[in-house]
Design a protein around this ligand. Sequence first.
Ligand SMILES: Cc1ncc(COP(=O)(O)O)c(C=O)c1O
Length: 296
Amino acid sequence: MKSSICFLNGRYLDTNDATVSALDRGFLFGEGLFETWRTYKGQPFGLREHLRRMAKSARALGIPFDPQEPWHARTRRLTRANDMAAGSAAVRLTITRGSGPVSLIPGRAGKPTRLMLVRPLDPKLPEARMRGVSIHLMRCGRGVQDEIRQIKSLNYLPAIIGKQRASAHGCFEAVYHLDDGTVLEGTTSNLFVVKRGTLVTTPVAEGLLPGITRAMVLALARRLGPVDERPLQIADLNSADEVFLTSSSIEVLPVTRIGRRAVAAGRVGELTQELERRYRKRVARSLGMPVGDLGD
Ligand SMILES: Cc1ncc(COP(=O)(O)O)c(C=O)c1O
């Protein structure tokens, strides 16, 4: 592996030398959480919201996590150490319950593991933003998964399978839907549809991750026009005027194809573009820099 610097349990190390215990419950059972935030010129955006979401999920799983630790300073140090402070990057914080017994009941597990990694953004993003991307629909189940999806846990097997299937179909993202045709979200993104000027997205309560970008985009959209949070159906997708995805890394990303079928005229929609602009303005204002300095 190409070497880079990571933060592991208080130390900055070469990723090739950074190791966790073979008994780490994140490794054995996926008992842990993660958050990914984006940096612009080395500065994290939406960090408070990401830490709040992680703290809430950590409480739900009973994993100790302190959002007051210097995550901001660590993010800045990590981007500098990896020569990524001049442009944009994605920083991922992973926490696990730490090492403990090989039993589903954790008992007295050791100290939580905390790992931070930084990576460059997908180099294809600027072009994808101009042309729009395609999505692949993928069935998923109800049940305990509904609850799990609301927590950004390490159990990302459906997302891994989804991304691989999407890629095999030449698509950027896979979007989960239920047997009854309800469309939930992407493997690592939330999904919006524009229909006759109204922005529609499935409510979080249907069993999707409360995306931080989703919430920000909803707030921006409410100032522009009607917004409807209701369970989206596949039929809504197929008859949409515009479709887009959101996440911290991709921001607002237009979707111009569902499989091989074009969304409306197959061009990036107007409301999508307006929300892209407003989201970037929001980021720039929050980081105290001109929009032009945000980079791609
Ligand atoms: C399942 C899922 N939905 C939505 C998102 C988007 O969330 P956010 O806007 O907080 O990055 C993610 C992010 O990775 C995700 O994994």
